[in-house]
Design a protein around this ligand. Sequence first.
Ligand SMILES: *Cc1c(COP(=O)(O)O)cnc(C)c1O
Length: 358
Amino acid sequence: MSRFWSPVVHDLTPYVPGEQPKLANLIKLNTNENPFPPSPRVHAAILAELGQDAASLRLYPDPNADLLKQAIARRYAVTAQEVFVGNSSDEVLAHTFQALLQHSAPILFPDITYSFYPVYCGLYGIASRRVPLADDFSINPADYCDPAEAVGGIIFPNPNAPTGRLLPLAAIEQMARARPDCVIVVDEAYIDFGGDTAVPLTQRYDNILVIHTLSKSRALAGLRVGYAIGQPVLIEALERVKNSFNSYPLDRLALVGAVAAIEDVAYYQACNAQVIASREKLIADLQQLGFEVLPSAANFIFGRHPRHDAAALAQALRARSIIVRHFRSSRIEQFLRISIGTPAECQALVDALRELVA
Ligand SMILES: *Cc1c(COP(=O)(O)O)cnc(C)c1O
């Protein structure tokens, strides 16, 4: 607290990201990073942009990121006017809350979901209602469609985080039809690990905005690139906020690296197929140890052991240099969220848990 703080700062409850430990040799399964390196074409593109003397960094980058928008548009069969890019999908989300979700009526999101959403509500003074997930932790679309309830917008990840559960596209379409006057934001941070993207729905529904990140399925959490796809009116709202905030959110290295990543479809499909195979093996291995694991379409799994406290398990894993994520929130305090690592990392986790639950 300080008399220098503006009133909004007093009331903020900032997001707490998963730990990025400074220690080496930890098996890091806590923030859903990709266990594989980014495409070699990303490395080559960034080195080419740097050149011998990094002279290009003297100049500002393209404020409109045209080449990146065009690459994304080609990849998803939309126009560049339907693409917005930002410095991480968290930034794209922040602009979305301000540009498209800040209305008088409360917005809706699941009670168990990405914990940044309530933080943005606090930052921008947006009222919200948390809609309980069903007992099996799935989203019930009808809960978002009550005609008697005034709603300023809807947002959820698909697959949801931290549950990993996937909502079928038909359910998203149902919400878009039932709520023609508010924007449905589909945060597809994990869609490449087993779901169908809602991008094609943006061609038929002017109220669906899809948000992607290069941090997970493109193995570029360190580059900070995210984007949104929706009809041009939605994109224009995001551009207006972005151009009132930072003209150059993406630096030159991020722009060229992101283009290379978007274009190397085959490389990432191969990596992500391995992540999916490891996920299915890990689920089976943990079930053998007595864990209950939710079905996952993401690069993490969410599970609990009926006879072992999740916080104690997380602590015991940490003592063995393995870090996983544990949330102290109601309904999920007995769950662990475990990112899919390399096959060797998954094996080390299973071996450690086998000893701990024995
Ligand atoms: C990781 C994650 C993001 C943030 O991705 P960045 O682009 O790294 O900011 C957004 N939404 C969800 C659901 C995520 O899990």
